[in-house]
Design a binder for this molecule. Structure first.
Ligand code: S3P
Length: 450
């Protein structure tokens, strides 16, 4: 196990750095490439462990996935009905997206499969996908939990041989969730009927965009999406994709630039899909100096450059539709709140309690360790920014969660002494070489054996 040692920034951070390829887009690209006809090429810079879980799951399902060069995967598509029965349970590691999306894809297969994950993933809620998939006739079962309605991994799926068919479905989800939406849409590739999904506000829409880009009939209106099964040809074409940089990873770079005095940092070619830019809007609400410019379009996804400079931040309220659009960035937004003048209130963010860790609780403890008052509420928290003095250098745990570890690392840059963040191997799930990237900007941090 390793820890991250971070020294307070002795000088401004500056430079433009690369970030890993978008984790959400990479998962989807690999899965759809496997179901396509022919050979696809997915180039995803510095792919993290979560995406590698998806690639190895596909191998377990009989798909040839080659890595001829660093950051390049060649996926030999087997067609919609060409996957084969896995010999052992499929390990999704720490990746909730892999497990939930594979569940949707596997309910349409004639064979049986089992999805397992690490300790954190094994405790995460799965009823949210099991129930709607079952409602269309799928065979899928999980472990029944102690609380009413609770279902967790392992998930046992199928077999679902003919004459079984997945029926048409309409599901109105009580939560905005791209993973639930994508599980349903992927199952819809195996149904002759329509798949209609509605959510309270729109969550990231990469699945819809990618399916649409590959010619699957997708109809959309606000937060409602329909996969028109009766008009789907049953075939997906192979494709080439250079995955945009991950704005969720870039958020840590940008936040560091906003916090360390006199800094000026930037990222290029990152995804600027409007269902993912919640962090930029949150930062603007803190009155951060931030510039973003679109540069092009890749398989329906806008890409562009973002630059952030240091400046005075002001407390704000982050709630409503902003939360699903920046769901993974709330922890790093809380790092901004720590140095913002006045109170910041986070609300409507109860989903954070069921991520890789209970992120509201984890961040409340991290902020307190740095000397920043933070009070948890059921669906958020309230933070009193500490503007006029440095935070307290400290020792904190990552709670086994990559985004908590990186948020703590950014906070440590504006502390009065060194900080040790414990248990940071998980950073590699989404941002391999995070510490090296921060060093390239002028920060002092290093990974050590604990
Ligand atoms: C993801 C969706 C989000 C996000 C997760 C990745 C995806 O979860 O938290 O890290 O790739 O679909 P929900 O939208 O399901 O809350």
């Amino acid at each position: 196990m390793s820890d991250l040692l971070v020294k307070p920034a002795a000088k401004p951070l500056s430079g433009v750095v690369p970030v890993p390829g978008d984790k959400s887009i990479t998962h989807r690209a690999l899965m759809l490439a496997a179901l396509a006809e022919g050979k696809s090429e997915v180039r995803s810079f510095r792919m993290g462990a979560d995406n590698r879980s998806t690639a190895s799951a596909l191998r377990a399902l009989g798909v040839l996935v080659e890595e001829p060069a660093q950051d390049t995967l060649i996926v030999h598509g087997v067609g919609l009905h060409g996957l084969s029965e896995p010999k052992t349970p499929i390990d999704c590691g720490n990746s909730g997206t892999s497990m939930r999306l594979f569940a949707g894809l596997l309910v349409g297969q004639t064979f049986r499969s089992v999805l397992v994950g690490d300790e954190s993933l094994s405790g995460r809620p799965m009823a949210r996908i099991v129930d709607p998939l079952r409602a269309r006739g799928a065979r899928i079962e999980g472990r029944i939990g102690k609380k009413p309605g609770q279902v967790t991994a392992p998930l046992e799926i199928g077999p679902f041989p003919p004459p079984n068919v997945l029926s048409e479905t309409y599901f109105s989800s009580p939560i905005a969730s791209a993973q639930v939406k994508s599980a349903l849409l992927l199952s819809g590739l195996y149904s002759d009927g329509k798949t209609t999904f509605q959510e309270p506000t729109i969550s990231r829409d990469h699945t819809e965009r990618m399916l649409d880009g590959l010619g699957v009939p997708i109809l959309r209106s606000g937060a409602v999406v329909v996969l028109d099964g009766p008009n789907f040809s049953g075939k997906l074409p192979a494709f080439e994709l250079e995955v945009p940089g991950d704005l969720s990873a870039a958020a840590f770079i940008l936040a560091a630039g906003m916090l360390v005095p006199d800094s000026d940092v930037g990222v290029r070619r990152v995804g600027l899909n409007p269902t993912r830019t919640g962090f930029l809007d949150m930062a603007r609400q803190f009155q951060a100096s931030l510039f973003s410019a679109a540069e092009g379009l890749v398989l329906g996804e806008t890409i562009g450059a973002v630059r952030a400079t240091a400046g005075g931040l002001f407390g704000t309220t982050l709630a409503g539709e902003l939360i699903p659009r920046g769901i993974d960035e709330v922890p790093i937004a809380l790092a901004l709140a720590a140095r913002a003048r006045g109170k910041t209130v986070i609300a409507d963010a109860q989903e954070l309690r069921v991520k890789e860790s209970d992120r509201l609780h984890a961040m409340a403890l991290v902020l307190s360790a740095f000397g920043v008052p933070c009070v948890e509420t059921a669906d958020g928290c309230e933070v009193e920014g500490v503007v006029d003095r440095p935070l307290s250098g400290c020792e904190v745990d990552s709670f086994g969660d990559h985004r908590i570890a990186m948020s703590a690392a950014v906070l440590a840059l504006v502390a009065d002494g060194p900080t040790r963040i414990k248990n940071v191997d998980n950073i590699a799930t989404s941002f391999p070489r995070f510490a090296g990237t921060m060093r390239a900007l002028g920060a002092e941090m290093s990974v050590v054996e604990s």
